[in-house]
Design a protein around this ligand. Structure first.
Ligand code: AMP
Length: 192
């Protein structure tokens, strides 16, 4: 595991526990010799995780559509910034660069990124670990919804293995060290 892609909030108005989790995860990633790939933002949990890693000498790569830099959402102090033309290009590049993805609490952008990689995993076009960091139960309704979609046969039992739920940054690190295996031939059982 080298490049860890983290999806997380652009909002700075969230409760302290979420910011602390982002900072803690950043420090743990650097301590484990891992690098961050993220949306390149300077605000919110994105800014927190990037800053905590940079403070400890870690490498941070941001991937951002050009239009976001025009409104100055970009973090100007990160190791590397890759500018792209669209949100779709950004998400594809983030997923390609990642050895694993982690979702910290966030809004529609985070939820969309997380659900997109889960969808790609079902279709066999993405096979890396997907780890949800359910800080303070933030993702409980989403996890319930995903489980409901399996319970009601919108997905198969096997599809529950596409994501791994953790509660703390420490548990995220454990999950990164012992990732759940995903069948490379997932497309063969994607439909039901
Ligand atoms: P959200 O969870 O809605 O705040 O969106 C955060 C996610 O969407 C991040 O992982 C980014 O990839 C992207 N994103 C949304 N808003 C911004 C922003 N202001 N700056 C950078 N990336 C953003």
């Amino acid at each position: 595991m080298q490049n860890i892609c983290v999806y997380c909030a652009s909002s700075s108005q969230v409760k302290e526990e979420y910011s602390q989790a982002a900072e803690k995860l950043g420090r743990l990633l650097v301590a484990a010799g891992m690098q961050l790939v993220y949306g390149g933002g300077k605000r919110g949990l994105m800014g927190k995780i990037a800053d905590s890693m940079l403070a400890d000498g870690g490498k941070v790569t941001g991937i951002m559509p050009r239009f976001m830099t025009e409104v100055e959402w970009n973090h100007t102090g990160i190791t590397e910034m890759i500018l792209v033309n669209s949100m779709h290009e950004r998400k594809e590049k983030m997923a390609l660069m990642a050895d694993a993805v982690v979702a910290l609490p966030g809004g529609c952008g985070t939820l969309e990124e997380l659900l997109e990689v889960i969808t790609w995993k079902r279709l066999g076009i993405f096979s890396k670990p997907i780890i949800i960091c359910n800080v303070d139960g933030y993702f409980d309704p989403l996890i319930e919804m995903l489980n409901k979609s399996v319970d009601e046969n919108f997905m198969r039992e096997e599809h529950r293995l596409m994501w791994q739920v953790t509660n703390t940054p420490e548990e995220v690190m454990e999950a990164l060290k012992n990732p759940m295996k995903w069948d490379e031939n997932a497309r063969n059982f994607a439909a039901l």
